[in-house]
Design a binder for this molecule. Sequence first.
Ligand SMILES: Nc1ncnc2c1ncn2[C@@H]1O[C@H](COP(=O)(O)OP(=O)(O)O)[C@@H](O)[C@H]1O
Ligand SMILES: [Mg+2]
Length: 313
Amino acid sequence: MITVIANLKGGTGKSTVAFNLAVWLGSAGRRAVVIDLDPQKTLTDVAALRMEEQLEPAIAVEAGTFADVMLPEDAEEIIVDVGTADLESFKQAIMIADRVLIPVTPSQADIWSTQRFVGFLYKNTHGNPPDSIAFLNRANTGKTDQASDEAAAALETLPGIRFMPQRLPDRAVFRDSFSEGLAVFELEPRSAASRDFKAFAETLFGHSRRSMQDRLNQQKISAAVDPALRQVLETPSSRLGVSDRIGYGEAIPASAAGAGHEYWQRRQWGDGEQQYKADRKRDKALKEKQGKKGKKGKKGKKGRKGKKGKRGK
Ligand SMILES: Nc1ncnc2c1ncn2[C@@H]1O[C@H](COP(=O)(O)OP(=O)(O)O)[C@@H](O)[C@H]1O
Ligand SMILES: [Mg+2]
């Protein structure tokens, strides 16, 4: 599917949203390609930064004018970032779009500009515009957000577009993560901004099909930002010292409460490796003792027989 992220107004978050969506799709194991038709080449630069930093998933970017770029045949999702500085490419992208995603910041000027953009879409597709979806970006994060509510009400009634109720909040992490080549959910995976973004992406592209391994890799990327977390992840969890330091002792899963997990519990709560080794030694000795008894029992008879036999001889 080709999703063009567009708006005639600059600074509404097209590139920020395009980038975060591309990383989200990549982490979900989808083959996504970004087409950067904006001469500012913001997405080309951020993808290069990810490459330099060896961040996974890497983002595949094709950049240039509309005529220059090749549509990747094997891509599942194509995200197109456009800018008014190359209006010709902008118009052509709209012609081939399956849908146009329109970030709108909550202000009256943005509503007017979106209204004009609907007309622009209609005119430049000979009256056959693609599915056009508007959403609010940079919404106020306070409890009440009158500006966003008013903008939402206006967008809901605007003919020619569908209004998507999922809002993206105005959070510094969108700026900070971008400048580090990271998606919001990579820099602050547990933040409200991250949660909002994931809900937004899932609404647009369906639920992520991430495997457990992908999820772990994701955590490792987050750990790239937090050295303490990285150290913990890269240290085998069987090392007691580390387990203790990160407080695993407090987090005994319910499944580990049974007697079958005695070993596990002992390692968490007992006085560590020494206690465990001592216990194992004791268990082993006990088993051997029992084993010997058992063997003795059998051997004993033979032995006695043998002895008897010997004696008998
Ligand atoms: N949800 C958000 N919260 C905070 N800042 C945002 C958000 N979305 C975008 N921005 C910031 O707004 C500015 C413009 O965003 P950008 O994606 O470059 O817009 P566009 O591509 O439409 O010109 C950037 O500084 C970006 O970091
Ligand atoms: Mg841009």
